[in-house]
Write a new protein. Structure first.
Length: 211
C-alpha cells in the first residue's frame, strides 16, 4: 500500500445524476406503461436489474451498440425496435445533475479531498456527460464501465479503481445507490455509503470526517 492515499469515489446514476426510470418509461413509452404497475413491469423487462450478463449490462460494458441493444430488448420483449430505441436515446437528457450532490462534490473539492468516479455507463452516455458538465474538473480521475469492459458489482472493476486511482480502500469511501455495489465494495475492504439522498450522504460524510 506504499504511496496510496485516501479518496471519495462517486457513483453517477441515481447519485450525482437523476435516475428515475419509472418516470422515464411513463414519459417515453406511455403505451407500455400507462400506470405505475405498467412502468415497473417495463423497467424490469428493459433493465433486468442491471445484473452482469443481461442486455443492459453488455451495453454498460461497451459490448453492444444502441442499435444492437434496441434489437435485443425488442426481440426479448416482443416490442418494436424503434420504441425501445426512443427510450435508449431519451436517457442522456434525463441524466440531469442533482444539485445537492453536486454541492457536496464541490465542498469536498474545496476541502482538497481527492475525488474520483466509478460509474456503470455506456459509451454514448459517458461522452455526453463529460461534454455537458463543468464539474468533471473536480475529479482527479474516473472510470466508466464501457471504457474498461467491466461493470459493478464485479470485483475486478473495484480492484482496477484501487490501482488506477492509487487509493487504499480501507481509508477511502465509495458512494453508490445500488445495494449490490455497496456489498461488493464492503467485501473488498472499502468504506461505503449507501446513497439515499444528498442530506443523508452529507451527514455520513461529515460523521466520517470528510467534511
Amino acid at each position: 500500500m506504499t504511496g496510496m492515499t485516501a479518496g471519495v469515489v462517486w457513483d453517477f446514476g441515481g447519485v450525482m445524476f437523476r435516475w428515475q426510470p419509472l418516470d422515464l418509461v411513463r414519459q417515453v413509452m406511455p403505451q407500455r406503461a400507462p400506470d405505475e404497475a405498467g412502468a415497473r413491469a417495463v423497467v424490469a423487462q428493459v433493465f433486468q436489474g442491471f445484473v452482469p450478463g443481461c442486455d443492459w449490462a453488455l451495453f454498460d460494458q461497451g459490448q453492444v451498440s444502441p442499435t444492437d441493444l434496441a434489437g435485443r430488448i425488442a426481440r426479448r420483449c416482443g416490442w418494436r425496435a424503434d420504441e425501445v430505441r426512443r427510450l435508449i436515446d431519451a436517457i442522456p437528457p434525463h441524466l440531469e445533475p442533482q444539485a445537492g450532490t453536486v454541492a457536496l462534490l464541490r465542498a469536498l473539492h474545496a476541502a482538497q479531498r481527492r475525488l474520483f468516479y466509478l460509474s456503470n455507463m455506456p459509451h454514448p452516455y459517458a461522452d455526453d456527460l463529460e461534454q455537458r458538465h463543468a464539474f468533471f474538473s473536480c475529479f482527479a480521475d474516473g472510470i466508466f464501465s464501457s471504457r474498461v469492459g467491466l461493470i459493478k458489482p464485479q470485483p475486478e472493476i473495484f480492484e482496477l479503481a484501487q490501482q488506477r486511482f492509487g487509493i487504499e480502500p480501507a481509508r477511502s469511501v465509495f458512494i453508490d445507490d445500488h445495494p449490490a455495489n455497496i456489498e461488493a465494495a464492503h467485501s473488498l475492504g472499502w468504506q461505503a455509503i449507501h446513497f439515499q439522498d444528498a442530506d443523508q450522504c452529507g451527514q455520513a460524510l461529515r460523521q466520517a470526517g470528510w467534511l
